[in-house]
Design a protein around this ligand. Structure first.
Ligand code: GLN
Length: 557
């Protein structure tokens, strides 16, 4: 029988509810339990796929092709269970489903209301995410409720989980509330009042938390913990400090030391072996003792919000750990890069152009790809980063003047990147190919496999087959592949089913490390294994670093 832990947040957002939930899940997993995590988002968008990265941060893509909240990235990096479409849902999805049922006549003429119809739907979605009552059922599902207690929009979620815990019966569900305890410098005191108020709000709804995770810039002293306990009706051992830490990998240890997992297992009557956090301790010690630094520059559009490249940052950090170096990432706004100032990239050990949408900043990225190619600086292009590398190569090496993607210039004479539906035969008719017709004009999403060409750099990295996740519309135009190949570009992997270009590279005889991938490898990197592509990229950056240090005049380019 699946048990549930509901994680809510109070006072302010951005306290790290995702990391707290993922850390608790990791500790429970280390106690031998099968665990999953589910994220409930209270906004009306059906999924974050349509939201601007400036607004919402990264969109995390699952193997089964769902566009989800970036917290699911943390979940996959912290626990073994893989996330699926059912691990994240929004108010928009709930209402969509309720309205479809209403139109279908499923409610048999009843008045359709928030309680019970919407709240029941939420409970069904939560159970589905946990595989409740099926062969896939987990022992514990940790359900993170987005937003802050007191928001109008999260009310139906809170009501639904209260009802669910009642229906499941005693000892089947626990409530954890993440709160903020500010340090007021002028008074020299930690203030517990916001915590008292947010728990009051929660109790008004009928939820009594079993544990409070108190975010503060320091550990909460015992007298303040006692005060919080008394005012919130939470047992003293349930008042747990969650101080600022220098790496997120410390959080499982911090929570375990204070007995959070013990408390949860006690409440849920789970009898398990003790937690074993050795792998987390090893990670923390690895990050604390790097043997060098590499400087990587990311040339992107969403550089002002670091959440936009969350998985990418983590993947680079993981690869650093694998190579025993610390990876310093600098962000350059691609809109500001021109041929006149692109030489500033010479001071970095490697260049990364990440994914992106829309024409803004594209010429700067093309400029960066050209500079990395010509100056033989390691280059990794991801999704759009592969597309700009292809456009750059077409323009400056293959002699296809004004080559472009139809995303940026619909009238380009050489659409080397285009929608599949735009690939035309010589006679102008749409090229007929054996692809799923809905691929054109819609996103290619989720995991797909490709065959890798032996003898290529990609083959050294991946072996025979690569399976990675996608999120894009445009593709390398098959009609230009021969011209690009003749000019020296290597197409090192194509999808097994539709033979779409997945990886391009420069031969290592002409460039030490230049790779563009149409997929998003960052989604599959974990702190334990890193990721083969990022591991190799960081190694190439290290080599470049060693090489430029040996020839200092190069550093002055
Ligand atoms: N805009 C490009 C496309 O849709 C690249 C997308 C991306 O980088 N994720 O194909």
């Amino acid at each position: 029988m699946t048990k549930f832990v509901f994680v809510t947040g109070g006072v302010v957002s951005s306290l790290g509810k995702g990391i707290a939930s993922a850390s608790l899940a990791a500790i429970l997993e280390s106690r031998g339990l099968k665990v999953t995590l589910i994220k409930l988002d209270p906004y009306l968008n059906v999924d974050p796929g349509t939201m601007s990265p400036f607004q919402h941060g990264e969109v995390f893509v699952t193997d089964d092709g769902a566009e989800t909240d970036l917290d699911l990235g943390h979940y996959e990096r912290f626990i073994e269970t893989r996330m699926k479409r059912t691990n994240n849902f929004t108010t928009g999805q709930i209402y969509k489903s309720v309205l479809e049922k209403e139109r279908h006549g499923d409610y048999l003429g009843k008045t359709v209301q928030v309680i019970p119809h919407v709240t029941n739907e939420i409970q069904d979605f939560i159970k589905r995410g946990a595989g409740f009552g099926t062969a896939d059922a987990v022992d514990v599902a940790i359900v993170e409720i987005g937003g802050t207690v007191g928001d109008i929009e999260s009310l139906p979620f809170l009501e639904a989980v209260r009802q669910l815990s009642l229906r499941l019966g005693p000892n089947q569900a626990a409530f954890v509330h993440l709160t903020y305890v500010p340090w007021i410098a002028a008074a020299g005191e930690l203030k517990t009042k916001p915590t008292q108020h947010t728990v009051q709000k929660l109790r008004e709804i009928g939820i009594q938390p079993d544990a409070l995770l108190c975010r503060a810039d320091r550990m909460i002293p015992d007298d303040e913990r006692e005060k919080i306990s008394l005012f919130t009706n939470v047992a003293l051992w349930g008042v747990i400090s969650m101080p600022d830490v220098d790496t997120i990998y410390k959080v499982p240890r911090v929570l375990h030391e204070q007995g959070l997992d013990g408390l949860i297992c006690d409440k849920l009557r789970l009898n398990t072996p003790p937690a074993n956090l050795k792998r987390w301790d090893d990670l923390v010690s690895e990050t604390a003792h790097p043997q060098g630094t590499v400087n990587i520059v990311m040339v992107g559009k969403y550089v002002d919000l670091s959440d936009s490249y969350k998985s990418l940052n983590e993947a680079l950090r993981h690869a650093g750990m694998k190579n025993h170096v610390s990876v310093k990432i600098s962000y350059l706004d691609s809109e500001l890069i021109t041929p006149d100032n692109v030489a500033q990239l010479a001071r970095f050990d490697a260049v990364l152009v990440p994914g992106g949408f829309g024409v803004r900043g594209v010429e700067g990225k093309i400029c960066a790809a050209r500079f990395a190619r010509e100056q033989k600086i390691p280059y990794l292009g991801i999704c759009l980063g592969m597309q700009v590398a292809t456009i750059e190569f077409a323009r400056h090496v293959a002699g296809l003047r004004d080559a472009n993607s139809t995303e940026f210039d619909p009238a380009t004479p050489h659409p080397v990147i285009a929608l599949i539906t735009e690939w035309k035969d010589a006679d102008g008719s749409i090229k007929t190919r054996s692809v799923d017709s809905d691929l054109g004009g819609t996103m290619r999403l989720g995991a797909q496999s490709s065959d890798v060409v032996p003898g290529t750099l990609a083959h050294q990295i991946y072996g025979d087959v690569v399976t990675e996740r996608h999120r894009h519309r445009y593709e390398a135009n098959v009609n230009y592949l021969d011209a690009l190949r003749q000019a020296g570009l290597v197409v090192s992997a194509k999808t097994q089913r539709e033979h779409l270009t997945e990886i391009v590279e420069l031969p290592q005889t002409t460039h030490p490390w230049f790779v563009g991938v149409q997929f998003h490898p960052e989604f599959k990197s974990t702190p334990w294994a890193g990721h083969p592509l990022f591991n190799a990229f960081v190694r190439a950056a290290q080599d470049h670093h060693a090489h430029t240090a040996a020839t200092p005049e190069k550093a002055l380019v």
